[in-house]
Write a protein that binds this ligand. Structure first.
Ligand code: A5A
Ligand code: ZN
Length: 478
């Protein structure tokens, strides 16, 4: 995998660019012989480690991590009516143990409500046991019928973070939903991924939820990707699974619940949002290699330069940076290409002349050069990495802002969508008007109650019927 493969497809040809990048930057191998299942290359898995490390850190503030079984008895799975309706066509069933047909068929979890909640029913006894907030990061299986794509639509979701909380009252669960939205936004903000948050229309909520708040990112081609969802489950599941607690007066009450999920789509968004025609661009927080040192050792001073490069690596590593010294016997240009493709935020070029000037040339993956004093290199690198993060964030924000626009007529909406934009319209929240929008545009009503620095949650006349409506996001989705 090097220059010989020719140039990467341009990012404007997003699908080809994405697929080729996953291969060349060694993120996923798509050759596994089961549809919708993919293999993490070690480099991709290293990115995953940093991204999910961050997610764990955020969750560990007030959740505890747990691990439930993969297999769910079919009859547990079949208890909650809406949940079944939503998932029955997507569930893989284990029917045999060896050659013996199973008395109780076992579902591979598509999500774990029906694995976790029967246990919650045993664990929750009194108000003193609440709130209960657990999460797990596991694989889940969904027999998806839409086109599968690596990191985006999987039949085995390998990195499903699901949180499941239990509360005394509906209002407390609602407060938890708000908290989790905040947490999701903080997570994505750390990855420099701008998001729009909105309340999904009723027909698109999670099966078994009172309501669903979704977090979307606008991908390079203007399609939206749902990169997280928070669900208020009300008493739907607590009634089905009998999750009850004794309140302070000694009365038995049904608990209220939330659940919340993020998958490796977060990595799809990370790679897609920031990359360019040369390859990945990783924000330093998510980069397995944050700094690569390339020694330029043409001529006689090979030894001097190598010693200085090693010292530099040591100083930076001791400060806590993830640093690679690329001493391979390759042309410097080929090394630049290699690390640019893999999204390393900062390259330090060190040659004899730099050494004499006691400086090192710093080349940002976001496209600027600057010089850093060798004597205070850790400070210099700290500063430059922060500038790189800012540049990545600013570019992503500009992309998102420029892909949002308002539309007040159906024709304007249609042409905005055809230009690859996400539109803000006013909608009265009637199903019939929502259907009209979706039929006319082949796009989706993403949601109302929009929270985004780029969109005002305003009132206006419904784009279909003219009755009072609310700001609503409309987009073509993955
Ligand atoms: N139990 C709740 C959390 C749940 O399952 N919610 S969910 O169905 O909405 O999934 C959570 C998130 O997982 C979605 O918002 C989406 O970002 C991601 N996701 C869902 N199906 C996926 C698939 N087939 N491949 C990759 N990610 C998926
Ligand atoms: Zn209407």
């Amino acid at each position: 995998m090097d220059e010989d493969e020719g140039a990467l497809p341009k990012k404007q040809d997003f699908s080809e660019w994405y697929n080729e990048l996953l291969w060349r930057a060694e993120i996923m191998d798509v050759r596994y012989p089961v549809k919708g299942l993919y293999v993490w290359f070690p480099y991709g898995f290293a990115i995953r480690k940093f991204v999910y490390g961050r997610l764990r850190e955020l969750l560990d503030r007030d959740h505890q991590e747990t691990l439930f079984p993969l297999l769910i008895p079919e009859q547990e799975f079949m208890k909650e009516a809406e949940h079944i309706k939503g998932f029955e066509n997507e569930v893989y069933l284990v029917t045999h143990g060896g050659t013996t047909p199973l008395d109780v068929k076992l579902a591979l979890r598509p999500t774990s409500e029906t694995a976790i909640y029967p246990m919650y029913a045993l664990w929750v006894r009194s108000h003193a046991d609440l709130p209960l907030k657990l999460y797990q990061i596991v694989n889940t299986f969904r027999y998806e019928t839409k086109q599968t794509r690596p990191l985006i639509r999987l039949r085995e979701i390998t990195s499903f973070m699901e949180s499941h909380t239990v509360h005394a009252t509906w209002d407390e669960a609602e407060a938890q939903v708000e908290y989790e939205i905040g947490l999701t936004r903080e997570f994505y903000d750390g990855l420099c991924i701008p998001t729009t948050v909105s309340k999904r229309p009723d027909w698109d909520k999670f099966p078994g939820a009172d309501y669903t708040i979704a977090v979307d990112a606008i991908m390079p081609n203007g399609k939206t990707l749902q990169i997280g969802t928070v669900h208020h489950l009300g008493e739907h599941f607590s009634r089905t699974f009998s999750i009850k607690y004794e309140d302070k007066n000694g009365d038995q009450k049904l608990a209220n619940q939330t659940c919340y999920g993020i998958s490796e789509r977060c990595i799809a968004a990370l790679l897609s949002m920031h990359g360019d025609d040369k390859g990945l661009i990783l924000p330093p927080v998510a980069a397995p290699v944050q700094v690569v040192i390339v020694p330029i050792t043409i001529g006689k001073r090979h030894e001097d330069v190598m010693v200085a490069a090693q010292n530099l690596q040591q100083a930076l590593t001791a400060t806590g940076f993830r640093v690679k010294l690329d001493a391979r016997d390759m042309r410097p240009g080929a090394k630049y290409y290699w690390w640019e493709l893999r999204g390393v935020p900062l390259r330090l070029e060190l040659g004899p002349r730099d050494l004499d000037a006691k400086k090192v040339m710093a080349v940002k993956r976001t496209g600027e050069k600057t010089s850093i004093d060798l004597a205070t290199a850790p400070d210099g690198v700290t500063r430059v990495l922060a500038e790189i993060t800012d540049a990545i964030r600013t570019k992503a924000e500009e992309h998102t802002r420029s892909h949002l626009c308002a539309a007040t007529t159906m024709d304007a909406l249609d042409s905005a969508l055809n230009e690859g934009k996400v539109a803000v319209v006013h909608w009265c929240k009637d199903r019939a008007c929502g259907d009209a929008i979706e039929e006319k545009t082949t796009a989706s009503v993403l949601g109302t109650d929009v929270r985004s620095p780029y969109v005002h949650d305003s009132d206006g006349a419904c784009i279909v019927c003219g009755k009072p409506g609310k700001a609503t996001l409309i987009g073509r989705t993955y």
